[in-house]
Design a protein around this ligand. Structure first.
Ligand SMILES: O=C(O)COP(=O)(O)O
Ligand SMILES: [Mg+2]
Length: 234
């Protein structure tokens, strides 16, 4: 098996892959394919209103997204000074609000349909792996016309642990029937990159998503793209 290699051209911000060395891609959802910040913000503020707690800013939500719903709800409750006992009712309220508004305040990022089409055209199997609950992820992908691109969709509730743990990536590679070394991870945050490094997958990050308020280009990854269709094959 040949080594995976990436030639990263800063000038055109384009990453060149030799596709002979890749069999599949595992693509993150929130912040990578769909800008879902508006959905998170609306569902969380609906939840807080139900609990008679004050609303939070989009910025707080942006900094807290990426490690799954439980983490997000805990961050938001901590920010508004909610008691620990609020977690259970908050979780139930959040699920109900999110289910009602899923996709209403979200948009597919420019270049995503084209980028996915190019990956598929090069014969790569595609899986979506997100920390978002699987049911919300599947509904959102269908609503945004992206579902048919993926042979597999796994949410944050599919496995015992979430990204940045490598387990979900290893399990997804297993389900795809590919080796991690030949499976490209595409994400928007350090969660995706850390999981990929630990699993042994090559990883590219998009520069427009959510990375806990930190500059994403400081994250250890094989390359960065401003659009998903900026991935090119040598
Ligand atoms: O639900 C989240 O925390 C974000 O999920 P992601 O893995 O699609 O970025
Ligand atoms: Mg993400």
């Amino acid at each position: 098996m040949r080594e995976f290699s990436v030639a990263y051209s800063v000038a055109v911000n384009t990453i060149h892959f030799n596709h002979d060395r890749l069999d599949a891609a595992i693509v993150d959802l929130d912040g990578t394919m769909v800008d879902t910040l508006g959905d998170f913000h609306a569902a969380l503020n609906g939840m807080l209103a139900d609990l008679w707690l004050p609303a939070v800013s989009r910025e707080l939500v942006e900094r807290s997204v990426g490690k799954g719903s439980e983490h997000l709800i805990r961050c938001v409750l901590a920010d508004v000074g909610g008691p620990a006992s609020a977690y259970e009712p908050a979780w139930a309220a959040y699920q109900a609000h999110y289910d009602r508004i899923n996709g209403d305040h979200s948009d597919v990022y420019a270049g995503v349909p084209e980028g996915l089409a190019a990956l598929a055209a090069h014969g790569l199997k595609l899986a979506c792996l997100t920390n978002k609950p699987g049911a919300f992820a599947r509904d959102l992908l269908a609503m945004k016309g992206l579902a048919n691109r993926f042979s597999l969709v796994f949410g944050g509730d599919a496995f015992e642990r979430k990204k940045p743990d490598p387990l979900p990536l290893l399990k997804t590679c297993e389900a795809l029937g590919t080796s991690p070394q030949r499976t490209l991870v595409i994400g928007d945050s350090s969660n995706d990159a850390q999981a990929a490094r630990a699993a042994g997958c090559p990883v590219v990050l998009v520069t427009y998503g959510y990375n806990h308020g930190e500059p994403v280009t400081a994250v250890d990854a094989d390359g960065f793209v401003d659009r998903l269709d900026a991935l090119r094959w040598a």
